[in-house]
Each structure stands twice: as structure tokens, then as C-alpha cells.
Design a protein around this ligand. Sequence first.
Ligand code: 13P
Ligand code: SF4
Length: 301
Amino acid sequence: MNALIERICQIREKRKALILAHLYQPGEVQDVADRVGDSLELARYAAATDADVIVLAGVRFMAESAKLLNPSKTVLLPAAGAGCPMADMLDDTQLRELKAAHPGAAVVCYVNSTAAVKAESDICCTSSNAVRVVQSIPREREIIFVPDRNLGEFVAEQSGRTMFLHPGYCPTHQRLLPEMVESLRKEHPQALVLAHPECTAAVRATADLVGSTAQIIEACRTRPEREFVIATENGVLHALKKVRPDAALYPVSEALGICPNMKKTSLELILQALEQNRNEIIIPEDLARRARLPLERMLAL
Ligand code: 13P
Ligand code: SF4
């Protein structure tokens, strides 16, 4: 075992820490983690753990969700600057203005959002459960969906609900273009195309299956095809290669399918976070109380 990994394992045990990594994290970070998953799975692991410390190898909103769901734990974000540009496209003042313009509407908030935006929302969702969350809202009630327009459009199609959509987007998924998928399809006509709902409508229209990161992995694991075009962040290829070593995997773009924030975590930063208790997530109690509710409602569904 390499010396760095050995030191991480020692201090993890000493501090009774749990390392959680998102599926978009660098491969070596996923490999050192206790658990790897999509946003919903990470939230569930964080809520259920009895570890003293949670190291969230991901981006800030994921670490904030872990802290909100398990407030007595120390939650560390190894790369302090790992944010999510989509989460920063909407602030709580803008959301309050939207609510005032749509009185009585229910606010469904993608977890890729700040704690302050969650605090103004009725219920959270991830890309795994967004359709189910929207379907849980009475049909007569108007819905404001924030902050991802692409996911919102996908959920509206799937649920048959009309919703007011905030125009946020994930810059990484937005860079993937339908012509890139079409050219891969021409080269590999037998391949199954799997796309994340954060992709644009034009890319989703080229896909055989649209699903969250974990749903893409599950489809790849269980489907009989031996070739897959992957329209999401390229970090998933690390897990896909493990579940389907026999399959040929074609990312839509090697160069563009990368979220720079997800790649800020390193083994060195995980070690520093654990050794020096660096980058602890602190959320003021009043904000935490309000932001926790929509997350708990989501997990209770
Ligand atoms: P999921 O983990 O829900 O697939 O979301 C992808 C994502 O963009 C996380 O930042
Ligand atoms: Fe945000 Fe997109 Fe990166 Fe996910 S992949 S953290 S949504 S920018």
C-alpha cells in the first residue's frame, strides 16, 4: 500500500472517520473511500453513519447536506474551494422573489444548491428521485423547480407536470453536445447511450436511457449490451470499468466531460483535512434548522 494511503487509513481509524466520495471524484479518491455513490446515496450514508467524522470527497453542497442531516458529526470538505457553479446560480433573495411572484407554489430544490436556498424550499430532490418528489406534490399546487432547468425539463416530461423552472445549469453537462453523441453513435451503432438529466434536452433526446449517476452505473452493470456511450461527467468511468470490465465505454468528450470542482480533491487534501481538522463545515443553527427540513422530507419519501 502506498504510504499516503496507509496514513489516511491510520488516521481514519484513529478519528473514527467515514470517507464518502462522489462518483465524479478522481479514481484514487474513490478507491480510498469507505463508500462511493451519487448525491442521494451520499446523503443517505451521511445521515445513517455513527462515525465521529465525515470526510466528504465531493463539492460543498454535498458536505453541507451531510452536516444538515447529521449535525452532531464533524464534516470536513477536503478541497475548500470545491463549489458547484450551478448551486451558485441562485441565491435566497432571488428565490424569495420567485416565491412572491408565485404565491402558494411549492418549491422543489435540487440538492445542488446552497443551504440558504434549501432553507427557502419545501422539499429537496436529487437526480435519482426528482420525478418521485415532484409526483408527491398535489396536482393542484403550482411548482417552482430550482436551480437546474435541464433536470426540471426532464422531470416535467416524466411527470406530466408544468413547473416554473429556474434557468440554472451544470456547465460540465451543458458542454456535451448532441452532435458529439451522434458521431459516437455512427461509429458504434451497437452502443447504448446513457445520459444524465443535467444534459440538455437535445442530448437527452439522443439517449436510450436518462438517469442519475448511480442509475447510469446500474444500467451499465445489468444491460446485455457490450458498448456504452456515456453522457455525463467522466469520473463515472472509474466505477463503470469495475462493473463492466468486458464492455467498451465511450465518454461523449474526454476533454469536456470533466467537472473541475470535482477534481479538486486529492489524497493529500484528504490526509490534511483529517490530520488538521481542516475545512470543517459550519452552518449557523437558525439556517441549519430551516435547511434541514426539505432534505429530511426528501429522505422520508
Ligand atoms: P447525481 O449524483 O445525483 O447523479 O448528480 C450529479 C451531479 O452533478 C453531482 O454534482
Ligand atoms: Fe456542479 Fe455540474 Fe460539477 Fe455536479 S458536475 S458539481 S452539478 S458543476
